[in-house]
Design a protein around this ligand. Sequence first.
Ligand code: GLA
Length: 690
Amino acid sequence: MITNTAPNIIFGGDYFPEQWPEETWKEDIRLMKQAKVNMVSIGIFAWALLQPDEDTFTFGWLDRIMDMLADNGIDVCLGTATAAQPNWLTQKYDDILFVRESGERVACGSRQTYCINSPSYRKAIRRLAKEMALHYKGHRALKLWHINNEYANKNSMCFCKNCEKGFQKWLKAKYKTLDNLNECWGTVYWSEKYFDWDQINTPRASAGGRNATKLLDYKRFLSESFFSLYMEERSVIREITPDIPITTNFESDWSKFDHFLFKDHLDVASLNFYPDPGNPDSYKWAALRHAMMRSLLGKPFMVMEQAPSQVDWYPVNTTKPPGVMRLWSYQALAHGSDSIMFFQWRASKKGTEKYHSGMVPHYGENSRVFKEIRALGNELKKVKNVAGTTVESKVAILLDNDSWWSVDSPYGHGTKSLDNEVFWSANSQPFPTVLVSYFSELEYYFNAFHDLNVPVDVIGIDYDFSKYKIVVAPLLHMVKPGFKESVEKFVGNGGTFITTYFTGFIDEHVGVFLGGYLGPLKDVLGVEVEEYDPLPLEGKNVIKMAAELDGFKKEYGCTVWCDVIHTTTAKTLATFGEDYYAGFPCFTENQLGSGKAYYLATRPDEEFMRAFVRKILADQGIRAPQLPEGIELVTRSKNRKNFDFYLNHGDTETEVKLAEGKHEDLLTGTIHEGTLTLARYGVSILRKTT
Ligand code: GLA
């Protein structure tokens, strides 16, 4: 259980009482009680009100609302208020604002304008965290700490002098000697050799392509800076309030820093998720983000924010039609969340985000949105036993930020516009193609399993693979020391390992593996890659099956990329049908111990993916329930007790076949046998009774 908040599923949202007169607070409490809100996150952006100048702290208003909430049985997730520093602080210290790659210091006037390595900012947050922790230690309402807010949302890259100094120090600790750094970075190229640590600047845009190892190291340095920034606050708070769990809310975009760095220092992982209601596939998008959060700590996570209806930052912000907020909330529970929380409680009257929906919209309590919120809050007591249960996945997809940053450089390889025009700028990094995208590939593999209702965890490359039967490593461009051994052990013990084109090209210092790409993974896959051929935008090749294989057709299409490969010990299951490498293998299987390793030298079409995923699931004895399009089934369980979440994301009422026996719907009490009819956007949570 995340906290002892009753009745177990946490329900509430970000609450900004400071935006409203105190008379409104009473009204808020009345409506929160109606909606069965049991936790709110407060204080998140209140720094200026809590500390109006360097030597004054003013907790009076926060004390009053904390007491009111406690008196009404509503728990508090207390924000440390550090995501938006007050103007007086910014103006007093000239190192606070971050510097863009262009060299321009950002102007104040928004949130997240701070530099993550600013000593003045770090000193100020430690002090604020200490004052808050001392002040609220032992408060009845305090159940959870929420540090900062959405790290890196706006300030993921800074190029100021403090970051430069920090980078030099970080490099010294990593490489020890300049000779070593010069060697690892390959600075012999283009006369880049460094003779003094002070000569190493931040890798800002230059006349053209830049040193790729330096770029990646800078990204790694900033990533670790985010983690150390979090630890600045966490250490202070942990010491003063050791019994209160601590979290920070992550965005659903994990490209900005390595989230796995936080894994041993979060008591609960928290997610903000904002799928686009205008996109019918948004539920797949959300399923992957939930899986990432669930897998991070391997236990129930928290949805810290979602929108009650529309947001205000997509180009067009459609509402969530009736039923969708409920459906997506249950989807989050299905995938392992123990909370349903929103941004924000009351839609703002003023300020930047006044067009963003709130649980209490501008229209007030008689609005459709509040009625749906109230109904959901009241319904949740029926599913309280779901809290603390988990999703058991036998399949894992590996996510590696170094590979991600090497494939989709945060410094830009060029981009593809909506009408498929490819842009290339003078500062883009030289690269084989802008048409590969690390995360899209990961998403492609995730969806192939998710479409068959098979749960997938998303884990780091150094996680324990032994609890999984299938491990997929899409586009694992960088292969680091130790990884080959983990894969060999996993496959040797009966696991199925899958990897794809453009994998194993570079080592941890971004040096290319010579003598055949795949480098250290050549043996486990029984394959070597000689050359690669990125396909043009509409370019295609053909996957021709080498022999009849159960469940497969004779031919499939493929796009994006073709590797020209040779097998050593692997069996060729399919070859390319076209181009000068027609007849060369593109889909191989290598037996190692009692397991198998597959290589896909291209991006196969969806039909192939379905056949392939079905085959490996069947080989590993993993169930893939057949369900109609748009129906999602996810099971949470504990001690052999299962909760089957059936979610209808489709547009029409749909009937699904149930496993044998009687199933009780937790939400309605109805017993179902044989089939279940799900209304449009309908949800059923079934527990087998016989
Ligand atoms: C993020 C932030 C919130 C709010 C919402 C709006 O999740 O954490 O403060 O700005 O976006 O969608």
